[in-house]
Design a protein around this ligand. Structure first.
Ligand SMILES: Cc1cc2nc3c(=O)[nH]c(=O)nc-3n(C[C@H](O)[C@H](O)[C@H](O)COP(=O)(O)OP(=O)(O)OC[C@H]3O[C@@H](n4cnc5c(N)ncnc54)[C@H](O)[C@@H]3O)c2cc1C
Length: 462
């Protein structure tokens, strides 16, 4: 378990569950208050470490970044800031949360963590349609957030579609008329579920066409979305609609499964808090971010409520004299600095023994000359899950102490290699041994999966 410097037998002051903007902001405040917080980042349950912003490209509305910032870079910075002030991480999903008595008990990676206070920042996952080509066009035309992505250059002056029939769908359709040449609203039934005023605004807008009784069957295009296939709900007939954007507005599912029945939830499953405050229905348990916010759902609002939750938790802990604070060796911790990027290897800097290198030159050399298992990870610059996976792979290689090596291939820079390798999405990992492809992994997997696959090749008993 990746709990660093923690005594497992002691009761934690504060455990934060979730590593989106809400969780990391709460961690920054709690760590600076010397509460020594433990943050459970999540892994696959309800999103990925870093949260929803890891799945988007440019974030243009988070204050402090006048030229915008890539979502994964923003989250890397929040994480670095939380770590700098001493937040400890458990890089796993919380598997169970028991709030029946204090100290509260949270299970992660099979270990039980006891804690006086809890901040739930597990977010809400945007519902997806699950189209056959959804993965291919995600962030390449398909988006779950019109407000975030509507101004993207590809959508400007182009026809776009919104799917859904509620208030959010109507609001997004109206919003997108600012950017798209025309907005198509795809509605499953024969009426809008939105409020009458909102529905009237949509129906009266000449820039919006409502397609009644239609379901989106698939997305079509090459590099970017070019059309959607619609199915007529009444007779099953298929038709194509040319659009450059498809925005999902089919609701969000708050990640509250672990506390259902223990805390008050609203009809849609969101955590109920005291109005304008982070306190949930149980003392010492706080909510932050989208998990308690069906309305605003933005990075900055999540970060703001993370701050509120940490301050409220700190006050509660100190009021009840429950906090065991830590003192920092350095009042001002070392600056994080710029992230170190791996240089692309060439003839001059290629190292046959390096654990981790980058680029086609290193791949060719290692493939032909190395007698060790070789992990090749195919990434792209804006791929959030790649940010999550790369440090995990490096850690596996470290743990194996040089018995395997790794190479990163940026599929934008090395397109030919990606085509030859049959890569259709990032991250993809291929494991080679003795010039043979042994296994392919798509998406983010647990460290133990890669370690076990490599150990099986080099004969380490399970
Ligand atoms: C495609 C897209 C683009 C967006 N663009 C923008 C934008 O440009 N600007 C903007 O302000 N907002 C944007 N948003 C909205 C923004 O991402 C969210 O409002 C924000 O991320 C919410 O933060 P959060 O911390 O509450 O939750 P999330 O970001 O959802 O994070 C939740 C965290 O909880 C973790 N988790 C879930 N279950 C568990 C568990 N069982 N155990 C441990 N951890 C768990 C997840 O791994 C994740 O780390 C966008 C959203 C999407 C989907």
């Amino acid at each position: 378990m990746a709990v660093e410097n923690a005594d497992i037998n002691t009761v934690e002051n504060l455990v934060i569950v979730g590593s989106g903007p809400a969780g990391y902001t709460a961690a920054i405040y709690a760590a600076r208050a010397n509460l020594n917080p433990l943050l459970i980042t999540g892994f696959q349950d309800g999103g990925i470490p870093g949260g929803q912003l890891m799945t988007t490209t440019h974030v243009e509305n988070f204050p402090g970044f006048p030229d915008g910032i890539l979502g994964p870079d923003l989250m890397d910075r929040m994480k670095a800031q939380a770590l700098r002030w001493g937040t400890r991480l458990v890089e796993a999903d919380a598997e169970a949360i028991d709030l029946s008595q204090r100290p509260y008990r949270i299970t992660a990676e099979g270990q039980v963590i006891e804690t006086q206070a809890v901040i739930l920042a597990t977010g809400a996952s945007a519902n997806r349609l699950g189209l056959p080509s959804e993965g291919r066009f995600w962030s390449q035309g398909i988006s779950a957030c019109a407000i975030c992505d509507g101004a993207t250059p590809q959508f400007r002056g182009a026809p776009v579609a919104v799917v859904g029939g509620g208030d959010s769908a109507c609001e997004e359709a109206v919003y997108l008329t600012k950017y798209g040449s025309h907005v198509h609203l795809i509605v499953r039934g024969d009426k809008l579920r939105a409020s009458a005023a909102m529905a009237d605004r949509v129906l009266a807008n000449p820039a919006i066409t409502v397609h009644w009784n239609r379901q989106v069957a698939d997305a079509l295009g090459s590099d970017w979305l070019e059309a959607i296939q619609l199915r007529d709900s009444s007779n099953g007939a298929l038709e194509e609609l040319a659009v450059k954007g498809l925005f999902y507005a089919i609701g969000h599912t708050p990640n509250t499964r672990l506390v259902a029945g223990q805390l008050e939830l609203d009809a849609k499953g969101y955590l109920v808090t005291q109005p304008g405050r982070p306190e949930t229905s149980k003392e010492g348990v706080y909510a932050a971010g989208d998990v308690a916010d069906a309305e605003w759902r933005q990075g900055i609002t999540a970060a703001g409520s993370g701050c509120q939750a940490a301050l409220a938790a700190e006050r509660w802990l100190s009021h009840h004299q429950l906090a065991v604070t830590v003192s920092r060796e350095q009042v001002e911790p070392q600056e994080v600095g710029q992230p170190v990027r791996t240089a692309v290897s060439d003839e001059a800097n290629y190292d046959p023994n390096a654990l981790w290198q980058k680029g086609g030159y290193a791949l060719r050399k290692l493939y032909h000359d190395s007698s060790k298992p070789l992990l090749v990870v195919y990434t792209s610059p804006t791929c959030g899950p790649c940010h999550v996976l790369k440090p995990q792979l490096k850690r596996v290689l470290d743990e194996l102490g040089g018995r395997a090596q790794g190479v990163e291939i940026d599929i934008e820079a090395d397109q030919e290699i990606a085509v030859q390798a049959g890569v259709t999405g990032t991250p993809t990992v291929q494991l080679f041994f003795n010039k043979e492809l042994k296994q392919t992994f798509r998406g983010v997997k647990q460290r133990s999966t890669f370690k076990a696959a490599i150990e099986a090749l080099i004969g380490v008993p399970a």
